[in-house]
Design a binder for this molecule. Sequence first.
Ligand code: CMP
Length: 155
Amino acid sequence: MERSVVLVKPDGLQRGLIGEILHRFERKGLKLVGLKMVSLSDVLLDEWYIHHKDRPFFPSLKSYMQSYPVIAMLWEGLEATSAIRKMIGVTKSRDAEPGTIRGDFGMSQQYNLIHASEDSVNADKESSLIFKNDEIFMWDKMDLSSIYVEEERNR
Ligand code: CMP
């Protein structure tokens, strides 16, 4: 199974979308293994968005991500990073497909409500930046046998 970090960004918090977003991932069949509200530090954001550090929007992105707290979630599932990326939609919300989170609730490129890890390498890095070991929970999700066939459950 793979893990993916999701952040409900400050605009998602202001728009009252935490429950909606959490509900979508729960109903999808993903397993929640970490959840907290956090204010993102300068140091964390420099590392988190290191690949954007030379982009003109970087200062504005950082101040937006620090404008209010974010909700950090760690979800687990088979090929979870790609499944979640499909559910959130493309970066520019007004171009995102209906049915995706950005497509259903957003219009902006910057205020795009939600972040999700790009791939499993990135997810591991983001998870260690935001969650301490004792904030990640191993628990038996009792409906996994209805969500996956046995061969999938063992991957
Ligand atoms: P995300 O793809 O999750 O991570 C990088 C973020 O930078 C992106 O979401 C947007 O919030 C923001 N972003 C991307 N492109 C632009 C842009 N052209 N102008 C402003 N913000 C952007």
